[in-house]
Design a protein around this ligand. Structure first.
Ligand code: PXP
Length: 254
């Protein structure tokens, strides 16, 4: 590593381009066009969540993303039989297993990997056998990190929602500390560590500055910010904020 933190990848989540499209039931705006734009603006990967109720991304979107983009696709999905069959059919670069409740607005909380180890072990093994990198979206909690390792996942994505939503600086510091510790634990177990949920220009710096975090997945804020400055500009600025945090890290002696 030469004292430098490794490159921090930016996965752009395009779900909410599809949310806007689906508000009118037509084909505009096209999330695949947004993915191509993200690719040109410096994204390292595209993330899309195929929900059970297809409220934003659809099966056709996944088919088109696989065919039309040159970046790795990270398919977020619930650990169901239906989704496993879809992943095995498309073989995206990565699958991120997330908890899913129909009534939730967004992915609230992490997957309870510790509470469903047996089922997850065989579920993850099938995806691993197909050459798909499996990530578990979990809370920054030692038991969940340990369980992710035990079920054979290659990656954990730490939920940053609590950190981003904290109103008080002291609460945010507690959440950040949890994430830093979980990231260190993940890496010590040989897991790759990602993070995401709720990140914005304001909150991304301290997360990007965790040297063992290798990828951030960011969606809602970027699509919202695109209304004001355009998606390419929003992605470029997010990239710059990430790089700034990473560069500072490289020059600060331990
Ligand atoms: N990572 C995971 C696993 C998610 O489920 C989501 C939300 O879909 C994100 C990252 C991105 O969160 P946000 O849209 O708040 O940036």
């Amino acid at each position: 590593m030469n004292g430098l933190a490794p490159h921090l990848r930016l996965g752009v989540n395009i779900d909410h381009v599809a949310t806007v499209r689906n508000a009118r039931g037509g084909t505009y705006p096209d999330p695949v066009r947004a993915a191509l734009l993200a690719q040109n603006a410096g994204a390292d990967g595209i993330t899309a969540h195929l929900r059970e109720d297809r409220r934003h991304i659809t099966d056709v979107d996944i088919l088109r993303l696989m065919a039309e983009i040159n970046l790795p696709l990270n398919l977020e999905m619930a650990a169901t039989g239906e989704m496993q069959a879809i992943a095995l059919r498309h073989k995206p670069h990565a699958v991120c297993l997330v908890p899913e409740k129909r009534e939730e607005r967004t992915t609230e909380g992490g997957l309870d990997a510790a509470g469903q180890m047996t089922a997850l072990k065989s579920y993850v093994a099938k995806l691993n056998d197909a050459g798909i990198r499996v990530s578990l979206f979990i809370a920054a909690n030692p038991a969940q990190v340990e369980a992710a390792h035990n079920v054979g996942a290659a990656v954990v994505e730490l939920h940053t929602g609590g950190y981003c939503d904290a109103l008080l600086a002291t609460d945010r510091a507690v959440e950040l500390d949890r994430i830093q510790k979980a990231a260190a634990q993940a890496v010590s177990l040989g897991l790759e560590c990602h993070a995401g949920h709720g990140l914005s220009f304001e909150t991304v710096g301290p997360i990007a500055a965790i040297p063992s975090v290798r990828e951030l997945n960011i969606g809602h804020f970027l699509v919202g910010e695109a209304i004001f400055c355009g998606l390419a500009e929003a992605i470029k600025r997010m990239r710059a904020e990430m790089d700034k945090a990473r560069t500072r890290l490289a020059i600060v002696p331990k």
